[in-house]
Design a protein around this ligand. Sequence first.
Ligand code: CU
Length: 196
Amino acid sequence: MRYYAGACSALFAACLALTASVSAYAADAAAPAEPTPEEAAAAAVIADARAAINITAAWTRATPGNATNAAVYLRISNNGTEPERLIGVRAAMAERAEIHTGGAAMAAVEGLDVPAGETLAFAPNDNHIMLIDLRAPLLEGDSFLVQLEFEKGGSQTVAVPVGAANAMAPPLVSAGNAEDITSGATEEPADDSAPQ
Ligand SMILES: [Cu+2]
């Protein structure tokens, strides 16, 4: 019995030593990542800008026939005190994506301002995100991810449910589900293409 106890405590001591060296290693590895006060302040500014933006009511329509383009609608609210600007969009679902203004006479723009305290609406016959050269038809009931790039707050990913081909308003989806994906998403779409 004494023998076993001795072996156990020897093993325990070895384990402690190993734990200590792993901890020391982890501390060393983490040291270079410690942000400077300037970096921490810059990160806080980005985090604040990101938190100020709330993207809601995203939707699109099922593509009829062999249509290869689609328009995505949503609302971008800036609840912060600093102006923000949408500077890019992308979606793995399409070859490329653009920010468009206007309805039938639409035009691609480099970006759109989202003034502090205001909501920028993307809706039929108005601003929209144009998906160009869809990789597959959009089917009613499906959803996919679109990534929006902001000047100050970086990128945010939103789930876009697909409504009926003739829909004029967002399909009714589980609000909880959509909200989870919208507010918590930090992951990038699988596609690696550059923002348009
Ligand atoms: Cu368009």
